[in-house]
Design a binder for this molecule. Structure first.
Ligand code: PMV
Length: 333
Protein backbone atom coordinates (compact mmCIF):
# COMPACT_ATOMS: atom_id res chain seq x y z
CA UNK A 1 0.00 0.00 0.00
CA UNK A 2 1.11 3.60 -0.50
CA UNK A 3 0.09 6.78 1.33
CA UNK A 4 0.69 10.41 0.47
CA UNK A 5 -0.26 12.11 3.74
CA UNK A 6 1.55 15.11 5.19
CA UNK A 7 1.69 16.27 8.81
CA UNK A 8 3.58 18.85 10.84
CA UNK A 9 4.18 18.44 14.57
CA UNK A 10 5.88 20.43 17.29
CA UNK A 11 7.56 18.97 20.38
CA UNK A 12 9.55 20.50 23.24
CA UNK A 13 12.82 19.09 24.53
CA UNK A 14 13.00 17.98 28.14
CA UNK A 15 15.69 18.03 30.79
CA UNK A 16 15.90 15.07 33.17
CA UNK A 17 15.86 15.78 36.92
CA UNK A 18 16.52 12.06 37.52
CA UNK A 19 18.64 10.90 34.59
CA UNK A 20 18.38 8.04 32.16
CA UNK A 21 21.89 6.64 31.74
CA UNK A 22 22.08 2.96 30.79
CA UNK A 23 20.00 0.42 28.87
CA UNK A 24 18.58 -3.01 29.69
CA UNK A 25 18.15 -3.81 25.97
CA UNK A 26 20.08 -1.90 23.32
CA UNK A 27 18.13 -3.27 20.32
CA UNK A 28 14.74 -2.16 21.68
CA UNK A 29 16.29 0.86 23.40
CA UNK A 30 14.89 -0.10 26.80
CA UNK A 31 16.19 1.85 29.80
CA UNK A 32 17.87 0.06 32.71
CA UNK A 33 16.12 2.38 35.18
CA UNK A 34 13.32 4.95 35.20
CA UNK A 35 13.80 8.70 34.84
CA UNK A 36 11.94 11.94 35.55
CA UNK A 37 12.04 15.16 33.55
CA UNK A 38 10.69 18.63 32.94
CA UNK A 39 9.57 19.55 29.40
CA UNK A 40 10.85 22.99 28.38
CA UNK A 41 8.90 25.53 26.34
CA UNK A 42 12.02 27.34 25.09
CA UNK A 43 13.43 24.29 23.25
CA UNK A 44 11.13 23.38 20.38
CA UNK A 45 11.51 21.18 17.28
CA UNK A 46 9.06 21.49 14.39
CA UNK A 47 8.98 18.58 11.94
CA UNK A 48 7.03 17.96 8.73
CA UNK A 49 6.71 14.45 7.28
CA UNK A 50 5.40 14.02 3.74
CA UNK A 51 4.98 10.46 2.46
CA UNK A 52 5.61 10.58 -1.28
CA UNK A 53 5.11 7.51 -3.54
CA UNK A 54 7.53 9.09 -6.06
CA UNK A 55 10.52 8.88 -3.67
CA UNK A 56 13.01 6.02 -3.91
CA UNK A 57 14.59 6.81 -0.52
CA UNK A 58 13.82 8.85 2.60
CA UNK A 59 15.06 12.44 2.57
CA UNK A 60 15.92 14.61 5.56
CA UNK A 61 16.43 18.36 5.70
CA UNK A 62 17.74 19.40 9.11
CA UNK A 63 17.83 23.09 10.08
CA UNK A 64 17.70 24.11 6.42
CA UNK A 65 20.48 21.83 5.09
CA UNK A 66 20.70 18.27 3.76
CA UNK A 67 21.31 16.05 6.82
CA UNK A 68 24.41 13.88 7.34
CA UNK A 69 24.06 10.27 6.13
CA UNK A 70 24.12 8.97 9.74
CA UNK A 71 21.14 11.18 10.65
CA UNK A 72 19.24 10.16 7.50
CA UNK A 73 19.89 6.50 8.34
CA UNK A 74 18.65 6.91 11.95
CA UNK A 75 15.52 8.73 10.74
CA UNK A 76 14.89 6.11 8.07
CA UNK A 77 15.22 3.25 10.58
CA UNK A 78 12.69 5.05 12.80
CA UNK A 79 10.29 5.59 9.89
CA UNK A 80 10.56 1.84 9.15
CA UNK A 81 8.88 1.15 12.53
CA UNK A 82 5.95 3.35 11.49
CA UNK A 83 5.82 1.89 7.96
CA UNK A 84 5.68 -1.63 9.45
CA UNK A 85 2.83 -0.59 11.76
CA UNK A 86 0.91 1.16 8.92
CA UNK A 87 1.71 -1.66 6.44
CA UNK A 88 3.11 0.78 3.87
CA UNK A 89 6.38 0.99 1.98
CA UNK A 90 6.18 4.66 0.92
CA UNK A 91 9.33 6.76 1.49
CA UNK A 92 9.12 10.15 3.14
CA UNK A 93 10.48 13.66 2.82
CA UNK A 94 11.21 15.01 6.33
CA UNK A 95 11.98 18.63 7.22
CA UNK A 96 13.00 19.37 10.80
CA UNK A 97 13.91 22.65 12.42
CA UNK A 98 15.16 23.27 15.96
CA UNK A 99 14.01 26.54 17.53
CA UNK A 100 16.63 26.56 20.25
CA UNK A 101 18.14 29.67 21.87
CA UNK A 102 21.52 28.84 20.28
CA UNK A 103 22.73 25.96 18.12
CA UNK A 104 24.14 24.28 21.17
CA UNK A 105 23.90 20.51 21.13
CA UNK A 106 21.10 20.75 23.71
CA UNK A 107 18.57 17.92 24.02
CA UNK A 108 17.45 18.06 20.37
CA UNK A 109 17.17 14.27 20.00
CA UNK A 110 14.33 14.27 22.58
CA UNK A 111 12.23 16.93 20.85
CA UNK A 112 13.35 15.67 17.43
CA UNK A 113 12.16 12.07 17.81
CA UNK A 114 9.00 13.13 19.68
CA UNK A 115 8.05 15.53 16.86
CA UNK A 116 8.98 12.90 14.24
CA UNK A 117 6.87 10.21 15.97
CA UNK A 118 3.81 12.49 16.09
CA UNK A 119 4.21 13.87 12.54
CA UNK A 120 5.01 10.51 10.90
CA UNK A 121 2.20 8.51 12.56
CA UNK A 122 -0.30 11.25 11.64
CA UNK A 123 0.96 11.43 8.03
CA UNK A 124 0.74 7.62 7.80
CA UNK A 125 -2.89 7.75 8.98
CA UNK A 126 -2.25 5.79 12.21
CA UNK A 127 -4.35 6.44 15.32
CA UNK A 128 -2.02 6.10 18.32
CA UNK A 129 -2.43 6.99 21.98
CA UNK A 130 0.07 9.25 23.79
CA UNK A 131 1.37 6.17 25.66
CA UNK A 132 1.99 4.35 22.37
CA UNK A 133 3.65 7.49 20.99
CA UNK A 134 5.96 7.59 24.00
CA UNK A 135 7.00 3.96 23.38
CA UNK A 136 7.54 4.70 19.71
CA UNK A 137 9.56 7.87 20.39
CA UNK A 138 11.67 5.83 22.86
CA UNK A 139 12.86 3.67 19.97
CA UNK A 140 14.43 6.80 18.40
CA UNK A 141 15.95 8.14 21.60
CA UNK A 142 15.25 7.14 25.21
CA UNK A 143 14.67 10.71 26.38
CA UNK A 144 12.24 11.37 23.47
CA UNK A 145 9.60 9.20 25.18
CA UNK A 146 9.29 11.94 27.83
CA UNK A 147 8.87 14.76 25.26
CA UNK A 148 5.44 13.42 24.23
CA UNK A 149 4.08 15.06 27.39
CA UNK A 150 4.30 18.54 28.86
CA UNK A 151 5.41 19.54 32.37
CA UNK A 152 6.86 16.92 34.72
CA UNK A 153 7.12 13.45 33.18
CA UNK A 154 8.00 10.03 34.56
CA UNK A 155 9.56 7.34 32.34
CA UNK A 156 9.08 3.74 33.47
CA UNK A 157 11.90 1.27 32.85
CA UNK A 158 9.42 -1.62 32.78
CA UNK A 159 10.26 -5.33 33.11
CA UNK A 160 8.80 -6.88 29.95
CA UNK A 161 11.29 -8.11 27.34
CA UNK A 162 9.21 -6.59 24.53
CA UNK A 163 9.22 -3.14 26.15
CA UNK A 164 5.43 -2.97 26.39
CA UNK A 165 5.67 -1.48 29.91
CA UNK A 166 8.51 0.98 29.15
CA UNK A 167 6.52 4.16 28.60
CA UNK A 168 6.31 7.73 29.85
CA UNK A 169 3.43 9.48 31.61
CA UNK A 170 2.86 12.98 32.99
CA UNK A 171 2.99 13.82 36.70
CA UNK A 172 0.74 16.61 37.89
CA UNK A 173 2.32 18.86 40.53
CA UNK A 174 1.48 22.29 41.88
CA UNK A 175 5.19 23.07 41.46
CA UNK A 176 4.60 23.42 37.70
CA UNK A 177 3.27 26.97 38.13
CA UNK A 178 6.14 28.11 40.34
CA UNK A 179 9.22 26.97 38.48
CA UNK A 180 11.51 27.99 35.66
CA UNK A 181 14.64 26.46 34.21
CA UNK A 182 17.59 28.62 33.17
CA UNK A 183 19.63 27.12 30.36
CA UNK A 184 23.26 28.22 30.59
CA UNK A 185 25.07 27.41 27.35
CA UNK A 186 28.83 27.03 27.62
CA UNK A 187 31.21 28.15 24.88
CA UNK A 188 28.49 29.06 22.37
CA UNK A 189 27.59 25.40 21.95
CA UNK A 190 30.58 23.34 20.84
CA UNK A 191 29.42 19.98 19.38
CA UNK A 192 29.41 17.27 22.02
CA UNK A 193 32.33 14.91 22.17
CA UNK A 194 30.57 11.60 22.94
CA UNK A 195 27.02 10.82 21.77
CA UNK A 196 24.86 9.77 24.74
CA UNK A 197 23.90 6.43 23.16
CA UNK A 198 27.50 5.15 22.90
CA UNK A 199 28.67 6.86 26.08
CA UNK A 200 26.03 5.25 28.30
CA UNK A 201 26.81 1.81 26.89
CA UNK A 202 30.52 2.40 27.42
CA UNK A 203 29.79 3.48 31.02
CA UNK A 204 27.70 0.34 31.61
CA UNK A 205 30.44 -1.88 30.16
CA UNK A 206 33.48 -0.36 31.88
CA UNK A 207 32.64 1.91 34.84
CA UNK A 208 33.13 0.38 38.31
CA UNK A 209 30.48 2.89 39.51
CA UNK A 210 27.75 1.96 36.99
CA UNK A 211 26.04 -0.59 39.28
CA UNK A 212 26.01 1.89 42.16
CA UNK A 213 24.46 4.49 39.82
CA UNK A 214 21.69 2.13 38.67
CA UNK A 215 20.99 1.07 42.28
CA UNK A 216 20.64 4.72 43.33
CA UNK A 217 18.11 5.75 40.65
CA UNK A 218 14.96 4.16 42.22
CA UNK A 219 15.70 5.98 45.50
CA UNK A 220 16.10 9.30 43.68
CA UNK A 221 12.91 8.70 41.69
CA UNK A 222 10.91 7.99 44.85
CA UNK A 223 12.31 11.11 46.55
CA UNK A 224 11.67 13.29 43.46
CA UNK A 225 8.09 12.02 43.17
CA UNK A 226 7.61 12.70 46.89
CA UNK A 227 8.92 16.24 46.36
CA UNK A 228 6.52 16.78 43.44
CA UNK A 229 3.57 15.48 45.48
CA UNK A 230 4.49 17.79 48.38
CA UNK A 231 5.35 20.69 46.00
CA UNK A 232 8.73 20.91 47.76
CA UNK A 233 11.10 22.63 45.32
CA UNK A 234 14.14 22.53 47.60
CA UNK A 235 13.82 18.75 47.92
CA UNK A 236 13.32 18.32 44.17
CA UNK A 237 16.31 20.55 43.37
CA UNK A 238 18.56 18.83 45.89
CA UNK A 239 17.75 15.39 44.41
CA UNK A 240 18.16 16.64 40.83
CA UNK A 241 21.61 18.12 41.44
CA UNK A 242 22.85 15.06 43.37
CA UNK A 243 21.45 12.70 40.72
CA UNK A 244 23.17 14.56 37.86
CA UNK A 245 26.48 14.51 39.72
CA UNK A 246 26.11 10.74 40.34
CA UNK A 247 25.41 10.12 36.65
CA UNK A 248 28.47 12.10 35.63
CA UNK A 249 30.57 10.36 38.32
CA UNK A 250 29.68 6.99 36.76
CA UNK A 251 30.67 8.28 33.31
CA UNK A 252 33.88 9.90 34.53
CA UNK A 253 34.87 6.54 36.07
CA UNK A 254 34.41 4.71 32.73
CA UNK A 255 37.63 3.46 31.10
CA UNK A 256 38.56 5.47 29.11
CA UNK A 257 36.72 8.28 30.88
CA UNK A 258 33.68 10.10 29.50
CA UNK A 259 34.05 13.71 30.66
CA UNK A 260 31.48 16.21 29.40
CA UNK A 261 32.50 19.09 31.64
CA UNK A 262 34.65 22.04 30.67
CA UNK A 263 36.23 24.51 33.12
CA UNK A 264 33.22 26.80 32.58
CA UNK A 265 30.88 23.96 33.64
CA UNK A 266 32.64 23.80 37.01
CA UNK A 267 32.58 27.60 37.32
CA UNK A 268 28.80 27.49 36.76
CA UNK A 269 28.37 24.74 39.38
CA UNK A 270 30.27 26.89 41.91
CA UNK A 271 28.12 29.90 40.97
CA UNK A 272 24.95 27.88 41.56
CA UNK A 273 26.16 26.80 45.01
CA UNK A 274 27.06 30.41 45.77
CA UNK A 275 23.61 31.65 44.71
CA UNK A 276 22.01 29.06 47.00
CA UNK A 277 24.17 30.20 49.91
CA UNK A 278 22.85 33.73 49.28
CA UNK A 279 19.25 32.53 49.48
CA UNK A 280 18.32 32.18 45.80
CA UNK A 281 16.49 29.08 44.58
CA UNK A 282 19.02 27.40 42.23
CA UNK A 283 19.90 23.75 41.59
CA UNK A 284 22.04 22.53 38.69
CA UNK A 285 21.80 19.61 36.30
CA UNK A 286 24.01 18.60 33.33
CA UNK A 287 23.55 16.17 30.45
CA UNK A 288 25.79 14.79 27.68
CA UNK A 289 27.51 18.13 27.14
CA UNK A 290 29.16 21.01 29.02
CA UNK A 291 25.99 23.09 29.51
CA UNK A 292 24.31 23.65 32.88
CA UNK A 293 20.56 23.88 33.40
CA UNK A 294 19.40 25.51 36.61
CA UNK A 295 16.08 24.77 38.27
CA UNK A 296 14.70 27.88 39.94
CA UNK A 297 11.51 29.79 40.74
CA UNK A 298 9.53 32.29 38.66
CA UNK A 299 10.61 34.94 41.21
CA UNK A 300 14.35 34.18 41.11
CA UNK A 301 14.72 33.26 37.41
CA UNK A 302 15.93 36.67 36.16
CA UNK A 303 18.47 37.09 38.97
CA UNK A 304 19.73 33.53 38.38
CA UNK A 305 20.07 34.12 34.62
CA UNK A 306 21.92 37.44 35.19
CA UNK A 307 24.34 35.81 37.63
CA UNK A 308 25.03 32.86 35.29
CA UNK A 309 25.74 35.31 32.43
CA UNK A 310 28.44 36.94 34.57
CA UNK A 311 30.51 33.75 34.06
CA UNK A 312 32.73 34.29 31.00
CA UNK A 313 31.63 32.55 27.80
CA UNK A 314 28.09 31.81 29.05
CA UNK A 315 24.75 32.71 27.49
CA UNK A 316 21.62 32.04 29.54
CA UNK A 317 17.94 31.75 28.61
CA UNK A 318 14.99 31.42 30.99
CA UNK A 319 12.49 28.72 30.01
CA UNK A 320 8.97 28.04 31.19
CA UNK A 321 7.71 24.46 31.40
CA UNK A 322 6.59 23.31 27.93
CA UNK A 323 3.43 21.58 26.72
CA UNK A 324 2.89 18.20 25.05
CA UNK A 325 3.95 17.28 21.51
CA UNK A 326 1.20 18.13 19.06
CA UNK A 327 0.13 18.12 15.44
CA UNK A 328 -0.14 21.66 14.06
CA UNK A 329 -1.08 20.87 10.44
CA UNK A 330 -2.15 17.79 8.51
CA UNK A 331 -3.35 16.74 5.08
CA UNK A 332 -4.59 13.23 4.43
CA UNK A 333 -3.55 11.33 1.30
O1 PMV B 1 17.84 9.95 24.90
P1 PMV B 1 19.32 9.87 24.77
O2 PMV B 1 19.77 8.58 24.21
O3 PMV B 1 19.88 11.04 24.01
O4 PMV B 1 19.94 9.95 26.25
C1 PMV B 1 19.71 11.00 27.15
C2 PMV B 1 20.76 11.05 28.18
C3 PMV B 1 20.73 12.26 29.11
O5 PMV B 1 20.29 13.42 28.46
C4 PMV B 1 22.16 12.49 29.62
C5 PMV B 1 19.86 11.99 30.34
C6 PMV B 1 18.38 12.07 30.15
O6 PMV B 1 17.67 11.37 30.90
O7 PMV B 1 17.89 12.85 29.31
Amino acid sequence: MTVAGTATARACANIALVKYWGKRDAARNLPAAGSLSLTLGALVTETTVRFDPALGADELILDGGVARPADVQRTSAFLDLIRAEAKIATRAHVTSKNEFPTASGLASSASGFAALAVAATTAAGLAVSPRELSMLARRGSGSAARSIYGGFVRMHAGHEADGSDAFAEPIVSRLGDRIRMVIAVVGGGAPKTHGSRDAMEHTAATSPFYRAWIDQVPHDLAAAEGALAAADLAQLGTIAEANALAMHASAIAARPAVIYWQPTTLALLATVRDMRAKGLAAWATMDAGPHVKVLTTVTDADAVARTLRSVEGVTATVSEPGGPAQVIAERAS
